[in-house]
Every structure is written in C-alpha cells, then in structure tokens.
Design a protein around this ligand. Structure first.
Ligand SMILES: C[S@@+](CC[C@H](N)C(=O)[O-])C[C@H]1O[C@@H](n2cnc3c(N)ncnc32)[C@H](O)[C@@H]1O
Length: 289
C-alpha cells in the first residue's frame, strides 16, 4: 500500500468528528480515558518529553494527554491541544482547569497553520481521520521546528486487536443469524487507516518527515476501564465498528447482540474489568534539521 489514503469510513470524517462522533466520544469520556491509560504509557515512554519543551497534542479530545504533557514539560514548557470538535475542546478546557501551561484550539489540524513553534507533536489516536493524510502530516511538520519530532499512537489494522474483532465477530454472527445482511467495515478504514505499517511509513515520509519509524506494541486493556461487564458493553455499543453495524437496525437486534456479548465479556472479566488485547503502532519521525 502506498501513501494513498484508504476509503473514508462513515462516522469518522472530520465533519463527523466536528459533530455527532465527538458527542458520542464525550458521553463515554471517563470510560475511554480509563481504557486508554496503557496506550498513554507507551506513547509517553516514546515521546520522552523534557522540561521546557513545547508540545502540540493533535486531536486532543477531552485533553487528558495534553494535561499529562503539560505536567511533564513543566512551567517553562507548554502543551497546546488542537481538536476539530468544539464540544470536546470545551470539555478539555474544563478538565485542564488550573493547568497554567496548557491551552486548547478548536481547528482542523489538517489545515490550521502554526509557526514552526513546537518541539514535538504528539497524538493518541487523533491523526487517523484526515481527508488527505499526506497534506495533514505535511501541515503538522510545518508546526514543528527543525530537528523536532512526531510521536503518534495509532491503531494497527482492526483484525490485529481482540478489543475490536471479538465484539465485531460476535455482533456480525448475531445480526446475520437474525436475517439481516451486513457488510463488515474495512480493516483499514477510519480509526485503522494508518494500521498498515508500510502505508503509515509512506504517508509520513511523503509529508516530508525524516527518520520515520513504526513500532508495534500489544497492550492489555480493560474495555471501558476498570468496571463491570455492563460498563464495557455500554462503551462497545456506543463507539466503534460494531455500533456502525447496528446503527440502522432495529433496537431488538442491539438487544440480542448485547445478550450474546454479555457471555463473552463475563468470561473475560478479570475481577477488575473486561480485559482484551489491543494492537497499536507508535509512529515516530523528525523534521529535517
Ligand atoms: C479517537 S479520538 C481521540 C481523542 C484523544 N486524543 C484521546 O486519546 O482521548 C479522535 C480525536 O481526533 C479529533 N479529530 C478528528 N479529526 C480531526 C482534525 N482534522 N483536526 C483536529 N482534530 C481532529 C476528534 O475530534 C477526536 O477528538
């Protein structure tokens, strides 16, 4: 696969994120934040933020990683979160209240022009949704000083993560068993658009970044964070590929899927939460000095 973008996927366009998709994300923000702590650990270990650095957090959502970055770079440094969703940025401003070196901007990161003012651009799952990924990564490169770096966490292709695949397969089996036809979404669309290693490398390289590396990591996640089977089911049925399959089907189908998933989730509950394996990539690169 080259740097050409995979087909856009319903629910994940910039326009969707500026509207309904962000509202869904916001409705599950606490569960998602708890679920994604292991991803942050891998991301920040790779970013190696230093006191005094200026950080851009791309697709910052509710701002947890922006606040974490602000803490790591300290008062001489800063963290700027950019997100296309006004609602999520409002939440981020509330979440970051009292963090004096964090600020937030509502804008499309594909087009918004910064000076080359950042030492590092980071992202936790905020760089997979651009209309034109090469143009977007090129724009991000222009916001980082020569010698500065990119450190972004993205999902590997969907088939690599039990977290995605298990509910989707159980859901698909239940839906077709009830007589409804479905098309499984592409394994490399939407959140998984940078999941193919060669494609990710090609996109970021074509955008003018140097020393592009893609490191693969398996993470162990609690679906929805520590909590009950019902917490995890609520998240699964509100966000992600299975929800897209159920979106236009009768409520009775969702109820049947929930009941089938319940058995699997109960089996996976480890006393803390419903545990799954997830497969992510950390993309790192540098702006040529
Ligand atoms: C999967 S969420 C991740 C949010 C956050 N980084 C986190 O880990 O909780 C993706 C985020 O990217 C944002 N986003 C999508 N397309 C964007 C764009 N073109 N410019 C800026 N933000 C964008 C969405 O609004 C959303 O907040």
């Amino acid at each position: 696969m080259s740097g050409e973008s995979p087909q856009p996927m319903a629910g994940y366009s910039p326009a969707d994120w500026a509207g309904e998709s962000a509202q869904r994300w916001a409705s599950q923000a606490d569960r998602l934040e708890a679920q994604l702590v292991p991803v942050s650990e891998v991301l920040f270990a790779a970013a190696k933020l230093q006191p005094g650095e200026h950080v851009l957090d791309v697709g910052c959502g509710r701002g947890a990683t922006t606040v974490q970055a602000a803490g790591l770079v300290g008062a001489r440094g800063s963290a700027t979160g950019i997100d296309i969703s006004e609602g999520l940025v409002d939440e981020a401003r509330g979440f970051a209240d009292g963090t004096h070196n964090a600020e937030f901007i509502v804008a499309d990161a594909q087009h918004h022009r910064f000076a080359a003012q950042f030492d590092v651009a980071i992202s936790r799952f905020g760089v997979m949704f651009f209309d034109d990924a090469v143009a977007a990564f090129s724009n991000l490169r222009a916001s980082v000083r020569g010698g500065g770096r990119l450190v972004a966490a993205v999902w590997q292709t969907r088939d690599m993560s039990e977290l995605m695949e298990t509910p989707l397969r159980i859901g698909a089996r239940t839906i077709t068993g009830l007589g409804h036809a479905i098309d499984l979404p592409p394994i490399d669309g939407g959140p998984f658009s940078l999941g193919d290693v060669e494609h990710a490398r090609a996109v970021v390289s074509e955008a003018g970044w140097a020393q592009v590396e893609v490191a693969l990591h398996d993470v162990s996640l609690h679906n929805g964070g520590p909590g009950s089977v019902d917490d995890a089911l609520e998240l699964t049925l509100t966000i992600g590929p299975l929800r897209m399959l159920l979106a236009d089907l009768p409520d009775a189908v969702t109820a049947a899927v929930r009941s089938e998933l319940h058995e699997e989730y109960a089996r996976r509950h480890d006393g803390v939460g419903v545990r799954f394996q997830g497969a992510i990539s950390i993309i790192t690169a540098q702006v040529p000095a």
